[in-house]
Design a protein. Sequence first.
Length: 134
Amino acid sequence: MFTDLNTALAITKSNLGVTDTTKDAEITAILTASTGTDNNGTINYRPYLVAAYFLPLWGAVSRSGLIEGDGAKWLKPADFTPLITSLLTLQESADCGLTIDECWGVDALRQRLNCGCEAETGNVVVGLLGANVI
């Protein structure tokens, strides 16, 4: 569906809210790694998958993770679930008829991004954070 890298890059950046070129190399690398091919062997870029891939990391970084000042509530990976789900569903529809490496399949990425793993919940670093806070 998206055979032009520049178009795929623009779509990915738009969905991530990236307006400059500072992240182009990272986005392009993942766009290239996650491609699919159609029956004619044409490379298809997957911008919605790449946006979903970067969203939890860059969304948290851009907002510094803070979502409420009083009581200091921090952004959780689960807060991105609705948008990630929508992006991956959109990509899944665009992937019809493509051959894709199983590591970059929508289902595999959906599971990794939304699994609720210990590392994603922040439970892994609780002891470290407590030790460093004065």
